[in-house]
Ligand binder design. Structure first.
Ligand SMILES: *[C@@H]1O[C@H](CO)[C@@H](O)[C@H](O)[C@H]1NC(C)=O
Ligand SMILES: *[C@@H]1O[C@H](CO)[C@@H](O)[C@H](O)[C@H]1NC(C)=O
Ligand SMILES: *[C@@H]1O[C@H](CO)[C@@H](O)[C@H](O)[C@H]1NC(C)=O
Ligand SMILES: *[C@@H]1O[C@H](CO)[C@@H](O)[C@H](O)[C@H]1NC(C)=O
Ligand SMILES: *[C@@H]1O[C@H](CO)[C@@H](O)[C@H](O)[C@H]1NC(C)=O
Length: 474
């Protein structure tokens, strides 16, 4: 592009210089001298041509300059990009170098460790050899000793001595057995004594109540005055039918008792016993189970679940026999209250019946109300199971053994309020206190309370209407 421009430039420059030389003659036009004028006109034409050429040249020069500028800009931009990538490359290169250095250092360290390990393994194998050697030596010694011993015993022990030793062993074994039997008997006796103590306490209370009644009638101090502080609230405030123990907590409530605590009750046909009455709900509910601090072991036998265990003010199971007597008195509601580890409280009410011992305390439930889901639906008709009495509808497992505690297990299921007490939110444990259906069943609850009360209790309607949407614990 450049080459063709130079000759043109020279030609134009020469023409320009020539035209500049005859400049002063240009404006003077003399028509009287045509030859001269012609030549002048010719010169004028030349000048025009030249001017045009110059203009064109200027134009193309401008275009050329602009084009070149653009190209130079392009080149600069490319150079910039190149510079930038070069910089990046150099940064990466330096990083790689650093890494390489580090790798080198690590390699050195590894090499050193490798050497150490080699030394150690050599040492260990030599030690192992020593030990093996010692072992064989010891084995030989033991063998020798055994031989010597057997020869000695053969030589020393007579047949009578051997017989004596055997008979002594038998005596010790039989003694051990009788000690175990004695221990079991002592346990039974202490249970019976406990029962007797409850009976005596109930009788005492009856007696003091009678004395108190006489006192209020006769207004004379009686010999039972000193025992007045031991009166339960129920005995202190009732005036009529004092000889009859209330059949349950609901009757206590209707007699005016409002304190939630332990009372003596006697359901129809049952022995008297102590029970915790929850009076906080506007009616009297007999509590049959509570878990609140984990201080009582619920992994108990059939016998314990039948007769009850635990601390009536703390964690306890009232006992299947007593629960059966309570529900045979009339239509009962089973009220279950649960609390999770975030103070979330929910409840569920069932119509409830419990068969007797002859049917292994088969449970009958029908949901009434509550804001808790109902995983017990499938448990209706299930017999009670404990680790020593498997009625759980599972062909090859013992649910009470796997999950601990006694319950109306149905092929195990996800519900067991008598499982092990865990002190923290225990996710993923299958043996806790559980109430849920579905796969995410492994959440152990913080608090449970199960109570029963008669359907006829007037406040039930309000408690039923309190139910809203149902839900589960996390
Ligand atoms: C107590 O039970 C007996 C027999 O089961 C029955 O005849 C009686 O009517 C019951 N009494 C009350 C007060 O429920
Ligand atoms: C369930 O109902 C009880 C009683 O009405 C209420 O105290 C409790 O907050 C409810 N729980 C939830 C999670 O709604
Ligand atoms: C009650 O349980 C025992 C022991 O598991 C069992 O042998 C018996 O058949 C059960 N009774 C009934 C009525 O199913
Ligand atoms: C109840 O049991 C049946 C069969 O035994 C089962 O198909 C169903 O899923 C169970 N329902 C619940 C809520 O566990
Ligand atoms: C109960 O435990 C036994 C033995 O660990 C196991 O084989 C069985 O599958 C378990 N059953 C259930 C229902 O978890």
């Amino acid at each position: 592009m450049r080459k063709p421009l130079f000759p043109v430039l020279f030609v134009l420059a020469a023409a320009c210089a020539a035209s500049l030389g005859g400049k002063e003659e240009l404006p003077v036009v003399q028509p009287e001298a045509p030859a001269e004028a012609r030549s002048r006109f010719a010169a004028l034409d030349d000048v025009r041509l030249l001017t045009n050429g110059l203009l064109q040249l200027g134009q193309s020069l401008r275009e050329f300059v602009q084009k070149t500028k653009g190209q130079i800009n392009d080149i600069f931009q490319k150079l910039n990009i190149f510079d930038h990538s070069f910089y990046q490359l150099s940064v990466i290169a330096s990083e790689i170098k650093e890494e390489e250095e580090e790798l080198k250092k690590t390699t050195v360290i590894l090499k050193a460790s490798n050497e150490e390990i080699k030394d150690l393994s050599v040492e260990i194998s030599s030690k192992m050899n020593d030990i093996l050697l010692e072992r064989t030596q010891l084995q030989n010694k033991v063998d020798g000793l055994e031989k010597k011993l057997s020869s000695l015993t053969h030589g020393l022990m007579t047949r009578e001595q051997v017989a004596e030793i055997n008979s002594l062993r038998d005596v010790i074994q039989s003694q051990e057995q009788s000690i175990t039997r004695l221990l079991a008997a002592v346990g039974e006796q202490s249970d019976q004594i406990n029962q007797q103590r409850i009976k005596i306490k109930v009788l005492e209370e009856k007696l003091t109540a009678k004395a108190a009644a006489q006192e209020t009638v006769e207004r004379t101090p009686g010999i039972f005055n000193t025992e007045a502080p031991t009166l339960t609230p129920y005995l202190a405030s009732s005036t009529t039918a004092m000889m009859d123990l209330p059949s349950d907590c609901s009757e206590l409530f209707s007699r005016g008792e409002r304190v939630s605590t332990v009372y003596a009750i006697q359901p129809n046909g049952s022995e008297p016993f102590m029970a915790f009455c929850d009076m906080s709900k506007g009616f009297g509910a007999t509590v049959i189970q509570r878990r609140k601090d984990g201080l009582v072991n619920f992994d108990q036998t059939w016998d314990k679940y039948e007769n009850g265990f635990g601390d009536l003010q703390g964690d306890f199971w009232l006992g299947l026999r007593k629960i059966h007597f309570l529900v045979t008195q009339g239509n009962s509601v089973l009220h279950i209250q649960l609390e999770d580890w975030k103070q979330g409280r929910r409840f569920i009410n069932y119509r409830f019946y419990l068969d007797g011992a002859e049917r292994n305390y088969t449970i009958h439930l029908k949901q009434l109300s509550g804001n808790l889901t109902d995983p017990m639906r499938n448990h209706t008709g299930m017999m009670f199971s404990t680790k020593d009495r498997d009625n759980d509808n599972h062909p090859d497992s013992n649910c009470a053994h796997n999950y601990t505690g006694g319950w109306w297990f149905n092929a195990c299921g996800d519900t067991n309020l008598n499982g092990r007490y865990f002190y923290v939110r225990a996710k993923g444990r299958r043996r806790g206190i559980q109430w849920k259906q579905g796969r995410k069943a492994s959440y152990s609850l913080k608090f449970t309370q199960i109570s029963i009360y008669p359907v006829a209790t007037p406040s039930i309607s309000s408690s039923i209407s309190a139910s809203t949407e149902t839900g589960t614990f996390p």
